[in-house]
Design a protein around this ligand. Structure first.
Ligand code: NAD
Length: 270
């Protein structure tokens, strides 16, 4: 079978470089194109060289329209850029793996509309460990109910621009699903001043930003007598890049539809 041809957008970004490396290390996939935003100093540079990977010969271009069509786009950039790339994917009937976080409601609706006929994997976190944790959190919430106060904590590097992280929100969603409620109805995203006592059934979020923390997440179920914690610590971004390339291989064999890492890993049925 021919290799899956992949375009990496934002290829000089923190994740972009990891993705280029992960593609070069994986079997059955080839880097077919690489992009950066217009005006970036990295346009014209070799993607493999920037990533420190073995593959050479794919130069960064400043517009996805300049890429030869391929089978799939992997996108870890920014919401507005992802919307633009999605239009290219839909137009050329490709598949898409999306890691970008921080979409607002309107952008999210637009993305779903644009990719209505496309096989898509979108996950707030592509690590296998986090996806297992999401599954465990839902089960824990089911068993513990709201007798246990639920809090979610996350920490990331100082460059991260959105908060709480997409993964923290995904954990909140799993927790809410386990309890049979909607996250929007119970989430407390920040606290300041005279907040009053904790509202029963609420799911609280707290956030730390600093240094080069790759990603730490914790779900806590707190009762007077005991506390259960489900913890995940990512030590290297390659964990997300390898997961995204695994998702690419998986989604390329799927029909149009919106999938997440739980589907890719077989934790959720398609
Ligand atoms: P980054 O800023 O290092 O990289 C983003 C890159 O995208 C930059 O190089 C930027 O120039 C480029 N870009 C912006 N607009 C573009 C355009 N129109 N065309 C091409 N390239 C463009 O950020 P990062 O740390 O790599 O994170 C990127 C995104 O991925 C963020 O939303 C982050 O939250 C998310 N992320 C997701 C996961 C996950 O597992 N889902 C893991 C890590 C990061």
């Amino acid at each position: 079978m021919a290799d899956l041809r992949i375009i990496i957008v934002g290829a000089s970004g923190r994740m972009g470089r990891m993705l280029v490396r992960a593609v070069s290390e994986a079997q059955g996939v080839t880097l077919a194109g690489a992009t950066e935003r217009a005006g970036s100093a990295f346009v014209g540079r070799d993607a493999g060289e920037l990533a420190g990977s073995d593959g050479r010969g794919v130069l960064l271009v400043d517009d996805i329209q300049a890429c030869a069509t391929a089978d799939l786009v992997i996108d870890f950039t920014a919401p507005a850029a992802t919307l633009n790339h999605a239009a290219f994917v839909a137009e050329h009937k490709m598949a898409m793996v999306i890691g970008t976080t921080g979409f607002d409601t309107e952008q999210s609706a637009q993305l779903h509309k644009t990719l209505a006929n496309t096989p898509v994997v979108m996950a707030a976190n592509y690590s296998v460990g986090v996806n297992l944790a999401l599954n465990l959190i839902e089960k824990a919430a089911q068993v513990l109910g709201d007798d246990y106060d639920a809090e979610i904590f996350e920490a990331h590097h100082k460059h991260k621009v959105d908060a709480p992280s997409g993964t923290a929100l995904a954990m909140g969603k799993s927790l809410a699903t386990g309890r049979g409620v909607a996250l929007d109805d119970v989430a407390v995203l920040s606290r300041e001043g005279i907040t009053g006592a904790r509202k029963p059934g609420s799911i609280g979020f707290s956030v730390v930003r600093g240094g080069n923390i790759v990603g730490e997440h914790q779900a806590m179920f707190i009762a007077d007598e005991e506390r259960i914690e489900i913890n995940h610590i990512a030590a290297d971004r390659m964990v997300f890049a390898r997961g995204a390339v695994r998702a690419a291989g998986w989604v390329s064999a799927q029909n149009k539809g919106w999938y997440d890492m739980q589907h890719v890993l077989g934790l959720n049925e398609v």
